[in-house]
Ligand binder design. Structure first.
Ligand SMILES: [Zn+2]
Length: 401
């Protein structure tokens, strides 16, 4: 790996470079003169930085643009496919990895099962092995990787790059940043997985072009990543976005956190299944009775609902009302432009989306709040890994104030 590439992330991070890079990313092909006008940097500053960016192959000159007379200006574009970032999603059960270019186009991906009995040391080994195998499968990309991003479940100290507590694996204090930076000589960013997904949505997905976007992950639990002014909001003690523990029903079921009626005890995947199993005896006509109790999953209930089973449809309807109630509280607290829903329940489509939207329309305060856009994520099962890629990109491409 060349010294130039090793230092390149820090080199790119100078503020004026980032501002110019972001201008070219958002508005390219664009001329030097327009960059200067729109960023308020002086033309000589723009010229000298653009020269460096072209020498580093980050920016290329494209066809000449229109001119109102005189010489046609040369247009500039980001050379997105010439650089790569490796993104990892380390969840409770699976480690997913992608290698993607600066546009978020994935060139390859890998997935490994994480055994429940894994130790801190073994998880670090699994992570380094995964990265090494990506490098050996793509020797041509080795010189072009600018960094590694990790979206890790549980509590993460993003500044130190440490996974402080991963409850589902019962692991503590995994120093990913320190170990991987030493091993690969690349910059490493670590973030909580819901926040990484949220940033990925804001950068590449359904949230792009929205400055305030909230991504809600509805799976085994419920968590949200909050992006305000295109930046992640973590709160003073890193718990901003723990909307799964928002109280929805004071006399609801007991939650892992010790409170009653938290949103995730009513609307997460396991809660939906539990509710169906508990009340199916009151619906003897339901096709769920043809399944063994232990075989009833969210997917089964969804499939039976699609086939027309009224009881299964009702379970989704109720879940949508709970989620819509929680999201109305989020809208009233943060007033986002858009809410993106990801995670396992995002596969339920209109069965879930219709009651969510109807509930928000019923409950939200103003006409504009009622019309807050609610969409499902389209980044797919590697969405969090792509979000981990965006952890590096947000620092490379800074917005001019
Ligand atoms: Zn709770």
């Amino acid at each position: 790996m060349s010294t130039q590439i090793r230092g390149s992330f820090h080199w790119m991070k100078s503020l004026n470079k980032s501002i110019i890079l972001n201008k070219i990313r958002m508005d390219g092909p664009i001329s030097r003169a327009d960059i200067a006008k729109q960023t308020k940097l002086t033309p000589p500053t723009v010229s000298s930085i653009v020269k460096e960016l072209i020498e580093s192959k980050l920016v290329i000159e494209s066809n000449q643009g229109e001119s109102s007379g005189g010489r046609k200006p040369t247009m500039l574009m980001i050379n997105a496919s010439n650089f790569f970032v490796i993104g990892l999603d380390i969840g409770p059960k699976w480690l997913r990895a992608v290698i993607a270019d600066l546009n978020g186009k994935s060139y390859d991906s890998a997935i490994h099962h994480i055994p429940a009995s894994i130790t801190e040391q073994l998880l670090i080994e699994l992570t380094t092995d995964t990265i090494e195998s990506i490098f050996s499968a793509h020797p041509e990309s080795q010189e072009k990787v600018i960094g590694i991003g990790i979206g890790m479940h549980g509590v993460v100290d993003a500044d130190a790059g440490i996974a402080t507590y991963a409850p589902s694996l019962d692991l503590r204090n995994i120093p990913f940043k320190e170990v991987l930076e030493k091993k690969f000589n690349l910059i490493v960013k670590v973030e909580n997985d819901a926040r990484a997904l949220s940033l990925g949505e804001a950068w590449f997905g359904k949230g792009s072009n929205s400055e305030h976007v909230i991504t809600v992950n509805v799976g085994r639990g419920i968590g949200a990543g909050i992006v305000i002014d295109n930046k992640l909001f973590r709160g003073k003690h890193q718990i901003a976005g723990e909307i799964g523990h928002m109280t929805i029903d004071l006399s609801g079921p007991l939650c892992d956190c010790g409170n009653y009626g938290c949103l995730q005890t009513l609307a997460a995947g396991p809660a939906l299944v539990k509710r169906a199993v508990k009340s199916m005896s009151m619906h003897p006509e339901s096709s769920l009775h043809s399944f063994k109790e232990e075989d009833i999953t969210g997917k089964v209930i969804y499939e039976e609902a699609v086939k027309g089973d009224a009881f299964c449809k009702e379970i989704f309807e109720e879940t949508g009302v709970y989620l819509g109630t929680g999201l109305t509280n989020v809208i009233h607290t943060l007033n986002p432009e858009r809410i993106v829903i990801g995670g396992g329940l995002a596969n339920a489509g209109d069965l879930l989306l219709d009651p969510i939207k109807a509930t928000i329309t019923r409950k939200a305060l103003t006409k504009e709040a009622k019309e807050t856009e609610i969409v499902f994520s389209n980044l797919g099962k590697f969405g969090t890994a792509l979000g981990a890629v965006s952890l590096l990109l947000v620092e490379m491409f800074a917005k001019a104030e």
